[in-house]
Design a protein around this ligand. Structure first.
Ligand code: XIL
Length: 566
């Protein structure tokens, strides 16, 4: 049975004794192993497959919450294995059971067998300890030389594995150990676990995890990480009379209230950073399951789009549909006759059918489910080659050089009224690349099938703002289109005052954009490619306008202030 502290009196008593709360059977300190270790980062990389199956923390959150009710609001894990109920769950291929063991204190222990890798063992899910210092205790018996207790958690998507303590073990009697660890407030999917470098069985007795000092409620711990963004001036409102302001988002971002609130306050448009790309939409399994049915019209899946499109709809935003025809993030199997990469490439006729059906499928599903929501489609993305001419992508190889014209022709055929059709590319301000782009877009413009050019604008503070603005205007003049800045991020340099310098650059960039717009150049949307620096696809360049805690960088203020002077 789990032993829990059931009153505040008991809690205070334990706090006074040890500074770490927690009941359960306690061994005197003298009994602790001499090799008890402080929290140390494990240097050897944990095996990738420990990450498979992110722990489901729902169950334990409920379980620990129940404990908390009996425990003065403080979570606690205390297991002496005297009953049959186990809090521990198996880790990897390990098999867990409670067994009779004469060497154990009450004659019963947790038995961990079937271990095939060093990290296999027993997991204790520990989400509610987030942001707190914990003390972990346990006694172990094993023919392995040592047993280790470690902690695993994710911080912004990266999993880390850290040792809490290790004990030197022997097969005949139990050795107790303990260690403390401070869990970052930003940690998620937190698991305390028992493992060992050797693969022999492990017996465990008297296992506990308790909070040291005052408990910080785990949701507050995460909350405290973020700046209060509610009073920020709004980019959306500041630019409302000039153009839409957007950000690239993901379902993960939108599921976190701090990010979602910021996006709502700052944006009138969003772009799905990855979810509308062909690799997220095309359904291989269904496509190959019935080639007669799907050969010309690959199967598509849309349900995941409800998160981003639903968010935009609820909050009165529009969406940039990104992207239909692209060489990247498009599965290679699409280009093969039987969707089989070992077989033959599909011929022009077949690929034209697939292209048409894919564009039709995207337009029909979005129009039916979210009428009027998608204001612009990036019909073709990045078709210019960095070394000149057209990129020799699989679209080019299978269809030929008119694939761009065809894509726009189909897009026009199926696009609902009001949805604008864009060509989108990076470095498209560079002279030579612009010449190439203009060359292949001219026939598209002549056919009346393009409405806009998207300048991705993944740039750095080295870029000539003047060259960029000249190029922007040239697209308008030569193609008669409008301009969206579709993926703006501006990489910083490595100097100490990088934030200020980047802010000044943002200021110069935005002032020029505003000036062009005021001169009548049809710039109708500006999207930032993400929210905060470490969530950027170019995190190393710290290219966005919010820091990781969502505090505003000089770049954000520069964007707001640029308007004050126009
Ligand atoms: C990037 C996303 O930001 C990443 O998350 C993804 O791993 C790769 O693609 N040009 C584009 C965008 O048109 O779709 C790319 O987005 C960045 C470059």
């Amino acid at each position: 049975m789990r032993k829990l502290i059931s009153s505040s009196v008991a809690l205070l008593l334990v706090l006074a004794l040890s500074s770490c709360s927690g009941g359960g059977a306690q061994k005197p300190d003298a009994g602790l192993a001499g090799n008890e270790a402080a929290s140390t980062e494990i240097t050897t990389a944990a095996p990738a497959d420990t990450q498979s199956g992110t722990p489901d923390t729902t169950a334990v959150t409920e379980e620990l919450s129940n404990d908390m009710e009996e425990n003065n609001g403080v979570p606690s894990i205390t297991e002496d294995f005297s009953g049959n109920e186990l809090i521990a769950v198996k880790r990897g291929s390990a098999i867990l059971s409670v067994v009779q063991d004469d060497a154990a204190k009450d004659g019963r222990a947790l038995f961990i067998e079937g271990r095939k890798e060093s990290w296999n063992g027993a997991d204790y899910k520990a989400e509610l300890f987030r942001g707190n210092e914990i003390e972990v205790k346990g006694s172990f018996r094993s023919a392995n030389k040592a047993v280790r207790v470690s902690i695993q958690f994710n911080v912004r998507g990266n999993t880390t594995y850290n040792m809490v303590f290790a004990v030197n073990t022997n097969d005949s009697s139990y050795t107790a150990g303990s260690g403390k660890y401070t869990i970052p407030a930003s940690a998620e999917h937190i698991v305390v676990y028992i493992e060992s470098d050797e693969l022999k069985d492990i017996y465990c007795d008297d296992f506990s995890v308790n909070v040291c000092g005052d408990y910080t409620y785990y949701e507050e711990a995460a909350e405290a990480l973020f700046a209060n963004t509610s009073e920020y001036p709004s980019l959306r409102d500041t630019y409302a009379d000039l153009f839409r302001i957007g950000m690239a988002v993901s379902p993960t971002i939108l599921s976190k209230p701090q990010y979602a609130e910021l996006v709502k306050a700052q944006c009138s448009s969003i772009t799905a950073e990855n979810d509308m790309k062909p690799e997220a939409i095309l359904d291989y399994g269904t496509s190959v399951s019935d080639l007669d049915k799907y050969r010309e019209a690959p199967a598509m899946k849309f349900a995941h789009l409800n998160v981003e499109l639903g968010f935009a709809q609820e909050n009165g935003m529009t969406v940039r549909g990104h992207t239909l025809v692209w060489h990247s993030q498009t599965p290679e199997w699409l280009f093969y006759k039987d969707y089989d990469k070992n077989g033959e490439l599909a011929d022009r006729e077949l690929m034209l059918k697939r292209m048409e059906n894919y564009i039709k499928g995207m337009m029909e599903w979005t129009t039916e489910n979210y009428p009027g929501l998608i204001s612009a489609w990036d019909v073709v993305n990045e078709a210019a080659d960095d070394n000149g001419g057209m990129r020799k992508s699989l679209w080019y190889q299978t269809i030929g050089e008119d694939y761009i014209e065809k894509a726009f022709e189909y897009a026009r055929k199926y696009a609902p009224e009001g949805a604008k059709l864009f060509y989108n590319d990076y470095n498209s301000y560079q002279k030579r690349k612009q010449e190439d782009i203009l060359a292949f877009l001219k026939p598209v413009a002549a056919a009346g099938n393009i409405d806009g050019v998207g300048m991705q604008s993944h740039i750095g503070t080295y870029m000539s703002i003047n060259e960029y603005m000249v190029a922007l205007k040239k697209y308008v003049d030569e193609l008669g289109v409008e301009i969206h800045i579709t993926e703006l991020d501006i990489g910083a340099d490595k100097s100490d005052d990088w934030e200020e310098k980047q802010g000044k650059y943002f200021s110069r960039f935005m002032k020029k954009i505003i000036a062009l717009k005021n001169d009548g150049v049809p710039i109708t949307s500006l999207t930032l490619w993400g929210i905060s620096d470490s969530l950027s696809w170019k995190a190393g360049d710290r290219p966005l306008v919010f820091r990781d805690d969502l505090s505003r960088k000089p770049a954000f203020d520069a964007m707001i202030n640029a308007r004050a002077e126009d």
